[in-house]
Design a protein around this ligand. Structure first.
Ligand code: HEM
Ligand code: FPP
Length: 300
């Protein structure tokens, strides 16, 4: 094998290993964490705190995703959506993946412990274990409520960002957690609906398979209504102003419209659109919260 072919193969392998860290999911997780950091302070936080906190949370989230891919490699191999993963194809060795995940997690933990604070380090470790072990091994294969319970891990990032800057948990940070927590069921069940054949092949008890399409679309609609109420709480409690209120109403309006349509006239294409909207929704909602923070026009 020539040096350039070896280099190309090495590059392809590194890229495949990086994919195991689910970079796009982690990007949104880190985005929400950073917004949690910025919201916790009236002015911009010091970079010497913001940078290690961001990197530490990103590395530990990536490590959690990598461990999930490792533990689920046999299930992933049975699903069209995930069969391409290096762990599922067998091109990433078990030892190699475990080593990389532990390394990323350890560096992340050290950064948080040494440069941020112990509370954030422990909470992020608990989040990592909550997703990689509790959700992956104990909830996902056994109950259709897997993501409702396991969603607590996914909802932690803004709270982690908040504690990274302040060293304490506050009601405002818990409100941010609650927003992602109520967002998770519509986010995931929309995907589970149009990917149900995949989940059936893997034998996973996802809600569309255990309780049917109508029950799942109704659950999506009810959680979206709950999400609408929860996203209006920051305004009701006086921690967000007009700009956020208008953005939340528009974003919630679109989410509710899609959820109602989905329940009334189910189509895979609509479920796909709802899933895709859930990602834009969270991105814009948190961006609006941040913009509002810097130009607060109170709703009195
Ligand atoms: C337990 C909670 C969650 C579950 C079960 C879940 C499930 C999923 C699944 C299965 C996908 C893959 C879609 C695909 O391969 O096409 C996905 C994609 C995604 N999720 Fe979630 N998710 C959860 C929480 C979160 C959280 C907390 C965030 C961010 C704050 C997030 C952001 C994303 C993004 C950005 C994508 C798109 C990735 C891409 O396009 O490659 N998810 N989610
Ligand atoms: C800060 C920190 C340590 C965060 C860790 C929490 C974390 C990475 C949450 C992500 C949620 C996620 C990618 C769920 C995918 O579900 P799945 O595993 O069922 O999806 P899959 O079928 O694509 O593997």
């Amino acid at each position: 094998m020539s040096a350039s072919v070896r280099l190309q193969a090495g590059y392809a392998h590194a890229l495949a290993m990086l994919q195991l860290a689910k970079p796009r999911v982690v990007a949104l997780i880190v985005f929400c964490a950073v917004i949690g950091m910025l919201l916790s302070q009236p002015a911009l936080p010091a970079l010497r705190l913001l940078l290690p906190a961001t990197l530490g949370i990103a590395l530990m989230a990536g490590a959690a995703a990598m461990l999930n891919c490792l533990l689920e490699r046999a299930l992933d191999a049975r699903m069209l959506r995930t069969a391409w993963r290096a762990t599922a194809r067998g091109s990433a060795g078990r030892g190699e993946t475990l080593l990389l995940a532990v390394l990323l997690g350890a560096v992340g933990m050290l950064l948080l412990w040494g440069w941020v604070n112990a509370l954030t380090a422990w909470l992020t470790l608990a989040t990592l274990l909550g997703y990689a072990l509790v959700y992956t091994l104990l909830l996902k294969p056994y109950t259709p409520q897997n993501i409702v319970i396991g969603g607590i891990s996914g909802a932690m990032p803004p709270l982690l960002g908040w504690t990274a800057m302040t060293g304490q948990v506050s009601p405002h940070a818990l409100l941010l957690l609650l927003i992602i927590y109520t967002w998770t069921p519509p986010h995931f069940w929309a995907l589970a609906l149009y990917r149900r054949a995949d989940y059936a092949r893997a034998g996973l008890p996802m809600l569309p398979l255990t309780h049917g399409q109508d029950f799942t679309t109704l659950s999506i609609l009810l959680y979206t209504l709950l999400l609408t109420a929860v996203t209006l709480l920051p305004v009701a409690l006086g921690v967000a102003g007009w700009l956020y209120l208008l953005a939340a109403l528009a974003l919630d309006g679109r989410f509710l419209f899609l959820a109602v349509q989905l329940h009334r006239q189910y189509a895979d294409a609509l479920a796909r659109r709802t899933f895709s909207w859930s990602i834009w929704y969270l991105t814009w909602l948190f961006a609006a919260m941040l913009s509002d923070h810097y130009c607060l026009l109170p709703v009195s």
